[in-house]
Design a protein around this ligand. Structure first.
Ligand code: AOS
Ligand code: ZN
Ligand code: ZN
Length: 387
């Protein structure tokens, strides 16, 4: 691919940052509060706008209901617009309530199922008000012990709730269904893998698509294969990018395994799915428990951008010829050559050409923003995790 086309691909790239990554978070053992963290959704949006201004590729922010509930959605929407960002996916929460101990939409009690489904329907109302296109569903539902509940009935209950929410979607709205192998359920999760998510989405229809959270797989899972498969089926709706070393722990994207991130982005480029017009939402889903939040989010966006630049650099003609002739080593070398290229100078130049600081993290540290929010904001809120 020519340098101009690589640069055009990078300029078109869009990464959505999550409101909860800007707020205080922690593990179940301890939340370490940080100075300057946002006290409300407006301040989260303001921080997201800083990330966008510095990188030029993070123009939307995912919201979480109820963590980001406001009285006046028009006000938040207009505030975002003033800051040159937009409100992105609406993340539902059917996991933080006493009632959900045995599940939400799969709970054996119809009253609890109703409550959970009503929350999902409320989230679609929020989408109407914010102009968000996507509802993102992650269910903590599952069981801890064999025999605890009837697994098959839980699948029926899940399908029923999803169908009701699907019917409520407007013409240009989507349902994004996320899967996760385990945690908080330790025996059986009701949406544990891409196959289950895919089957539910297939049954629902074209507006239902799968979310790949990179932290939600068994160790060693070939995630790029899942990407390739779902793209082929037109069922990949979004990513939740993050890193994990052992299990889902929402570390910075590209921190644990930049090579895996490159392989994933290569399948995206190979599938022609990088352009926003294709319809995949590339989100971060992270928590910054011990590191400074805005710089960590900048680092994550830049890591994805670097992996993308390397993916765009792959010489597809050389790779294709090697694959055709069965030259295993040459094919592998074509990928590794791109992965081993230092793309940082090219990306710095791209930013400079676009009138941005070539080093967004250094620019952030110089900007005085952190000093300002540390002085202005006292009593920052917890994201909702690690309470
Ligand atoms: C949980 O493990 C998930 O990764 C979610 O995507 C979750 O819904 C999100 O982090 C916030 O709601
Ligand atoms: Zn996620
Ligand atoms: Zn997760």
């Amino acid at each position: 691919m020519s340098l101009d086309r690589i640069k055009a691909g990078l300029r078109a790239q869009r990464i959505e940052t999550p409101s909860w990554a800007y707020a205080n978070s922690g593990t179940r053992f301890k939340v370490f509060p940080q100075p300057g963290v946002p006290r409300d959704p407006f301040e989260k949006v303001a921080d997201a706008a800083v990330v966008h201004r510095l990188t030029g590729i993070a123009p939307t922010v995912s919201l979480h209901i109820p963590w980001d509930l406001v009285d006046d959605w028009t006000k938040l929407r207009e505030f975002a617009q003033e800051q040159s960002v937009a409100l992105g996916a609406i993340n539902a929460n059917v996991f933080q309530d006493e009632d959900y101990k045995l599940g939400s939409v799969t709970h054996p009690d119809p009253r609890v199922r109703r409550k959970a489904t009503d929350h999902l329907l409320d989230c679609v109302d929020v989408m109407d008000a914010t102009g968000s296109q996507d509802i993102k569903l992650w269910f903590s539902d599952g069981t801890n012990y064999p025999g605890q509940d009837d697994m098959r009935s839980r699948q029926d209950r899940l399908a029923e709730a999803l169908a009701e929410v699907y019917r409520r979607l407007g013409g240009d709205q989507r349902m994004l269904l996320e899967y996760k192998l385990f945690e908080p359920a330790f025996y059986a999760t009701d949406v544990p893998d891409w196959g289950t998510a895919y089957a539910h989405c297939l049954e629902l229809g074209p507006k239902a698509q799968v979310v790949i959270d990179t932290g939600h797989h068994a160790p060693g899972t070939n995630i790029e294969f899942i990407v390739a498969f779902l793209l082929r089926q037109r069922k990949l709706g979004a990513f939740d990018f993050n890193s994990r070393f052992y299990a889902d722990d929402d570390l910075m994207a590209g921190a644990a395994d930049p090579f895996q991130l490159f392989r994933i982005m290569y399948e995206i480029v190979r599938g022609g799915a990088l352009d926003p017009a294709y319809g995949i939402t590339f989100m971060l889903d992270q928590c910054h428990n011990i590191e400074a939040k805005i710089p960590a989010i900048l680092r994550s966006v830049l890591n994805i951008q670097e992996a993308t630049a390397k993916a765009l650099l792959v010489d597809r003609d050389v790779l294709g010829a090697a694959q055709q002739s069965g030259d295993v080593l040459a094919a592998n070398a074509a990928l590794m050559d791109a992965f081993n290229t230092d793309v940082r100078p090219m990306l710095a130049q791209l930013r400079a050409d676009d009138g941005r600081d070539p080093d967004p993290i250094a620019a952030y540290h110089r900007s005085g923003y952190f000093e300002r929010i540390s002085a202005d904001r006292t009593g920052g809120v917890q994201a909702g995790w690690g309470a």
